[in-house]
Design a protein around this ligand. Structure first.
Ligand code: PLP
Length: 376
C-alpha cells in the first residue's frame, strides 16, 4: 500500500497502542457486565469506576459528576434536551459556528417553543462576548442555557471558557460547553471554570470511537435521555461499553502524564506547516488564528478557487495525504460549511483543514506542502 499521511486528527485519531493494550482484556477474558454481582461483573465495574475517577481527576470534578455516554453527540443532545425538559430552560443562547450535533438539537428545541438566540461571531470565529452579555441582560428573568463550544472543530478558534462562565454566572444562566475538541488537549478545571455541563469524546484523543462522557455539575440534576436500566447511577441506561470506557480512561491518563510533550510537538508541526505554506505558496491564507487563540492541532488553509482546487481533497488523497474539507463531504470536492459562512469567508476561496497528532512529522509536512503547491 502506498504511504498514507494522516492529517485529519480533528475528525478522529488512531488508537494509541498503549490504549489498545489496556482495552484488550476487556474484549476477551474480562467480558463481564458491570451490573452482575459475581466476579466477572465486579471486575468490569471496577474498570468502569477506575476510568470515571481518571476523568474526574482531569476535570477536577467529583466522580459522581461524570457520566459515560456513547459519544460527544449524545452528551450534547442529553444536556440540551434535558436542560429544557427538566431544568425549566425557556431560552437557549448558542452560536452559528457550533457542531451540527448542537446546532440541530438547539433548532429542534426551538421548534418545540424554546426561544433561541445566536451570539454573533467575528471573521476569526471569536464569540462576541459583549453581544452574549447584551442577550443575557435583555431577559434576566428567563431561565437560559448558554451552549458554546470550547473550540471550533473546523477552524480551531478557542473560546475563553472561564470568562464566558463568569458572564453566565453573573446572569444566572446555565452554561454548557461542547469540549470535544479540547478535552485531553488542554487542562480543564471545573472548580475554577463556572461551567455546568461539559462534553468529551475519546476518539479525539487516541481513544476508541463510540465512547464519550458528560460532566454534570452536581447541583443540576437532569433526567436521563436514554431510559431503561439503572446504569450510570440512573443517568444513562444501557449496559456499559466497558471496553470503550477503559480505553477512554487510559487515553486520558496518557494525556495527563505525557500531554505536554505531545502539545509541544504538535504545535511545532502546526507552526512549521503554516510557515512552509506561506513561504511556498503565494496567496495562502488561514481561516481563524495560527497562534494560541486557536487549537494547536488545527490549521485551516484557504486557497484561491480554480478548476484544480475544486478537487483538492480528492487529489490530496490520491497522493496519500488525508486531510479534510471544512465539513464532511463525500465527493472529494470542497463544500461550503456553516462555519465558513458564519465567519463570512470569501466564497471564491476553498478551505482544506489539516489537523495534527503526535504521530505527524516535519517530513510529512514537507511532502504535503510540495503536493499542495503542485495543486494550487
Ligand atoms: N463536537 C465537536 C466540536 C466535534 O468536533 C465532534 C466530532 O467531530 C462532535 C461534537 C461529535 O463527537 P462524536 O463524534 O463523539 O459524536
Amino acid at each position: 500500500m502506498a504511504m498514507k499521511m494522516y492529517f485529519d486528527n480533528a475528525a478522529t485519531t488512531p488508537i494509541d497502542p498503549a490504549v489498545l493494550a489496556e482495552m484488550m482484556p476487556y474484549l476477551t477474558d474480562n467480558f463481564g457486565n458491570p451490573s452482575s454481582i459475581h466476579e466477572y461483573g465486579r471486575k468490569a465495574k471496577a474498570a468502569v469506576e477506575k476510568s470515571r475517577k481518571i476523568v474526574a481527576k482531569y476535570l477536577n470534578a467529583s466522580a459522581a459528576e461524570v457520566f459515560f455516554t456513547s459519544c460527544g453527540t449524545e452528551s450534547n443532545n442529553m444536556v440540551i434536551k434535558q436542560a429544557v425538559a427538566n431544568l425549566g430552560v425557556k431560552r437557549i443562547i448558542s452560536s452559528p459556528t457550533e457542531h451540527h450535533c448542537v446546532l440541530h438539537t438547539v433548532k429542534t428545541e426551538g421548534n418545540k417553543g424554546v426561544a433561541v438566540d445566536y451570539v454573533q461571531v467575528n471573521a476569526k470565529g471569536d464569540i462576541d462576548v459583549a453581544h452574549l452579555e447584551t442577550l443575557l441582560a435583555a431577559q434576566p428573568e428567563t431561565k437560559t442555557l448558554v451552549s458554546l463550544m470550547h473550540a471550533n472543530n473546523e477552524i480551531g478558534t478557542l473560546l475563553n471558557i472561564r470568562h464566558v462562565g463568569e458572564i453566565c454566572a453573573k446572569y444566572g444562566a446555565l452554561f454548557h460547553s461542547d469540549s470535544v475538541q479540547t478535552v485531553a488537549h488542554y487542562p480543564m478545571d471545573v472548580q475554577a471554570t463556572k461551567v455546568h455541563f461539559l462534553s468529551g469524546s475519546a476518539h479525539k484523543f487516541h481513544g476508541p470511537k463510540g465512547i464519550g462522557f458528560v460532566y454534570i455539575n452536581g447541583n443540576n440534576a437532569i433526567q436521563p435521555l436514554i431510559e431503561g436500566g439503572a446504569q450510570e447511577r440512573n443517568m444513562r441506561a444501557g449496559t456499559e461499553n466497558v471496553v470503550g470506557i477503559v480505553g477512554l480512561g487510559k487515553a486520558l491518563e496518557l494525556w495527563m502524564t505525557e500531554g505536554e510533550q505531545y502539545r509541544v510537538h504538535i504545535e511545532s508541526i502546526r507552526d512549521y506547516m503554516a510557515t512552509q505554506l506561506q513561504a511556498e505558496i503565494p496567496g495562502i491564507v488561514f481561516n481563524g488564528y495560527t497562534d494560541n487563540r486557536s487549537l494547536y492541532h488545527v490549521l485551516s488553509v484557504s486557497v484561491p478557487a480554480n478548476q484544480k482546487t475544486e478537487l483538492l481533497l480528492f487529489n490530496l488523497d490520491i497522493s496519500g495525504i488525508c486531510a479534510s474539507g471544512a465539513s464532511a463531504c463525500a465527493s472529494g470536492s470542497i463544500q461550503a460549511s456553516h462555519v465558513l459562512e458564519a465567519i463570512k469567508a470569501d466564497e471564491n476561496r476553498r478551505t482544506v483543514r489539516f489537523s495534527f497528532s503526535k504521530n505527524n512529522t516535519k517530513e510529512e509536512v514537507d511532502f504535503a506542502v510540495a503536493k499542495l503547491k503542485e495543486m494550487v
